[in-house]
Ligand binder design. Structure first.
Ligand code: COA
Length: 165
């Protein structure tokens, strides 16, 4: 069975391992890069874990299966107390895909956003990432119309998706 739970404040090293695995596995899915994040210090990761572990500005969630962590997602408010939440860092371990982990992770961010009083959740998805686009559509997201170059590879394009809560 897989459960999704919020990160704990002392899980910086675990967050590093999972996030770097995601960046190595699916570089074209993310705006950031393995090269940029692999040089972050233990204190940087500790601070990221602490920031995502509590409160209504930022949240990090792990999907945990029988053999350990199988997924990651984050949410944050781009401006303090914004009514909008940005969903980021979505990743399911390749061995755990197509078993509903992605749905659980998106649900965790939607629930957190609702609890915090947000009115919408938005995200960027790389054009052509059909699995992710299908997942988000299945969870109620629609094309919000905006486009931008993928920051980690400007030859690719990102599509903005949004769901109203
Ligand atoms: C996209 C991703 C997070 C999906 O995770 P997952 O745990 O496999 O997703 P789920 O099992 O919850 O899938 C839910 C639904 O999404 C859709 N979906 C997921 N992966 C799909 C794929 N590869 N192709 C088509 N549809 C897909 C399906 O509708 C699926 O329902 P179904 O299995 O009943 O048909 C995962 O493939 C991944 O980590 N990819 C690499 C990183 C990435 O692209 N992140 C997104 C950044 S925006």
């Amino acid at each position: 069975m897989t459960v999704v739970r919020r990160i704990r404040p002392d899980e910086g090293a675990t967050l590093r391992d999972v996030r770097l695995a995601a960046l190595a596995d699916a570089p074209s899915a993310f705006g950031s890069t393995y090269a940029r994040e692999s040089v972050q210090t233990a204190e940087d990761w500790a601070e990221r874990a602490r920031a995502g572990s509590a409160g209504s500005e930022r949240a990090t969630f792990f999907a945990v299966g029988n053999d350990g962590i199988v997924g990651l997602v984050g949410g944050y408010r781009p401006e303090p107390s914004s009514s909008r939440v940005e969903l980021v860092s979505m990743w399911t371990h390749p061995a755990a895909r197509r078993r509903g982990v992605g749905r659980l992770l998106v649900d965790a961010v939607l629930d957190w956003a609702r609890t915090c009083g947000a009115r919408a959740v938005e995200l960027w998805v790389t054009r052509g990432n059909v699995g992710a686009e299908d997942l988000y559509r299945a969870m109620g997201f629609v094309d919000a119309g905006d486009r931008q170059p993928l920051p980690s590879d400007p030859s690719k394009e990102e599509v903005r998706m949004r769901v109203d809560l």
